[in-house]
Design a protein around this ligand. Structure first.
Ligand code: COI
Length: 397
């Protein structure tokens, strides 16, 4: 009910601006069926798997779709891979209006290429977009467009365990103006990179430096969103850790030194109660500081489905480096790994903390713990179409 004159004034202004919008041209939703395709005249030769360095080689085509506040989404274009032309005043260059996603397409039996849980990436893309005032998308339409993009360069999707096509949907604010405000122009683009293992060392356990001298994310911030702005500031601490002989940071938070993430991945630890023998798979809870990893979610779901609840507890809870150090000291630390789309799982062998190295057990003669190895197999079987799991694997080309 409208109680005061000023409430009435505000309401009538809102109604009249809605009426103006209704009479102006319609704001278009993203529509994959409108795609225009321009193919390259110089198709590239596929590289051998040995030559693939993560994210250095790209397929011949890319997808672009422009958006304006006035007209909505424009015509999707699939065109030869190439430079973007942007006004130097574009919002992305000045205030970080940028988000990205990472997902993979895999060669599966029957000469099909399938995306792994692309719907989850689209959900997250929209959460990131909403957080930095960029437009949201109909995820299904973007998935269809990615299917058409993959179709163009299907012969460049590598084959073999550990190899895939990494897709990088990205959205940027392109409004050419220096005012700090929500962009009224944006560009969504998708590039694709044939990839092998993320780390040059392959499936090899890494040494981490527990990091409390820099903070990746904080309560009320946007560490749970996939924004480029979360990544650049983490490179300096990573270089500093590398100078001391550690490959990645184990990000701690707060006076309790909670373990949050590892490098660009979610962190998983396995503990075993020496009295009861019961094991616990633990990862940090999604409290707004933790990226909602698709691999994280897949591991939790599969662990809940496949591990015997009499032997295992699956926990999303706070845990600290102090707890890890104490458990390691009394033989209750079983294994640890990072989980993300790029590396899938990345085993951990040592954690530098307070001038000492905490040893994380590996299986004798192997580069990971037993659960890490199993989880890697469970996920790979679904990704490469050897096993069905609901709609996780979705053929698109
Ligand atoms: C992932 O683990 O999938 C990542 O986010 C890494 C990516 C930034 C290369």
């Amino acid at each position: 009910m409208l109680r005061t004159a000023s409430q009435f004034k505000i309401a009538s202004r809102l109604f009249s601006s809605a009426a103006v919008r209704m009479t102006s041209s319609p704001v278009m939703p993203l529509d994959a069926s409108k795609v225009e395709i321009q193919t390259t005249k110089t198709p590239s030769k596929p590289k051998s798997n040995d030559e693939l360095v993560f994210g250095k080689t790209f397929t011949d085509h890319m997808l672009t779709v422009e958006w304006t506040q006035e007209s909505g989404w424009g015509t999707p274009q699939i065109k030869p891979y190439g430079n973007l032309s942007l006004d130097p005043s574009s919002a992305v260059f000045h205030y970080g209006f940028e988000l990205f996603e990472g997902l993979k397409a895999y060669r599966t039996p029957g000469d099909k290429v399938a995306l792994f849980r692309a719907d989850k990436n689209m959900e997250r893309l929209n959460k990131s977009a909403a957080r930095i005032c960029l437009p949201t998308v109909d995820g299904e339409e973007v998935i269809k467009l990615m299917g058409k993009l993959i179709e163009q360069d299907k012969y460049l999707v590598p084959e073999g365990q550990g190899y895939a096509l990494y897709l990088r949907p990205t959205m940027i604010g392109t409004t050419p103006a220096l005012g700090v405000t929500a962009p009224d122009k944006a560009l969504l683009f998708v590039i694709a990179s044939p990839v092998g293992p993320y780390y040059k060392t392959g499936f090899k356990a890494v040494k981490l430096e527990a990091t409390d001298y820099a903070t990746r994310a904080w309560p009320g911030g946007c560490g749970d969103k996939k924004l480029g702005a979360n990544y650049a500031p983490c490179v300096l601490p990573q270089r500093q850790a590398a100078e001391r002989g550690y490959q990645q940071n184990l990000w701690l938070f707060g006076p309790e030194k909670h373990i949050t993430e590892v490098g660009t991945m979610n962190a998983f630890f396995v503990f075993q109660d020496s009295k009861t023998g019961k094991k616990e798979l633990v990862t940090a809870p999604l409290d707004g500081t933790i990226l909602e990893g698709v691999t994280r979610d897949s591991i939790l779901s599969l662990a809940r489905e496949r591990l015997d609840p009499n032997e295992w507890t699956i926990s999303e809870r706070y845990f600290s480096i102090t707890e890890v150090a104490e458990k390691a000291a009394c033989g209750e630390l079983v294994e640890a790994f990072g989980a993300g789309t790029a590396a899938v799982v990345s085993p951990i062998k040592e954690i530098g903390w307070e001038g000492k190295d905490i040893n994380v057990p590996l299986q004798p003669g192997k580069q990971s713990g037993a659960l890490t190895e199993n989880v890697a197999k469970w996920i790979a079987n679904i990704q490469y179409g050897k096993e069905m799991h609901g709609n996780w694997s979705r053929p698109v080309a």
